[in-house]
Write a protein that binds this ligand. Structure first.
Ligand SMILES: [Zn+2]
Ligand SMILES: [Zn+2]
Length: 168
């Protein structure tokens, strides 16, 4: 996925639109040891414009990833819809913070798209916000099944509290 910016560089105000619908990164992303599958080609729609000699690039990224729920371990698909903006410069003297220096006349989008997708990922993904998780005793998925287990262990959140009280 490359955007050729040679014409944009030559003309202030020149705008170029782009569109891609492609697989990216062998359809997998490594995220803190988790292997995440990108289940759909990534759809990218955007434009690049020469604004005061810099290249402003706006894009919308749409795709879908497959993750494992951190509570019930079930796999689920999550749709992503991301708006991103970057500013590229060709002259280092002209570069401000958060602007990216480019060499040559093409901008390869893959790396930026991957970064955007990764930045949307939750550290503790949930298949749904109220996922009931697995029973710690019998292992049943409590979203689908009920069990009669009596849990006598103290809730870990309460355990923290009780140790605070002990210190006093
Ligand atoms: Zn879940
Ligand atoms: Zn149970």
């Amino acid at each position: 996925m490359e955007v050729n910016v040679s014409e944009i560089l030559k003309n202030e105000g020149f705008k170029k639109e782009f569109y891609f619908f492609e697989d990216i990164g062998n359809n997998t992303i490594e995220f803190f040891g988790e292997k995440i599958y990108i289940t759909k080609p990534v759809e990218i729609e955007g434009y690049a414009i020469n604004y005061e000699g810099k290249i402003r690039l706006n894009m919308n990224i749409e795709t879908e990833i497959n993750r494992s729920c951190s509570r019930c371990l079930g796999s689920y698909n999550e749709k992503l819809n991301i708006d991103a903006e970057y500013v590229f410069v060709i002259n280092p003297d002209n570069q401000s913070k958060d602007e990216i220096l480019i060499k040559g006349e093409t901008i390869a989008l893959d790396e930026y798209v991957m970064d955007e997708i990764t930045s949307q990922m939750a550290m503790k993904p949930l298949c749904k916000s109220d996922c009931k998780g697995l029973c710690p005793k019998c292992g049943k998925n409590k979203n689908y099944e009920k069990c009669e287990c009596i849990l006598d262990e103290i809730d870990p959140r309460l355990q923290v509290l009780s140790s605070i009280f002990k210190k006093k």
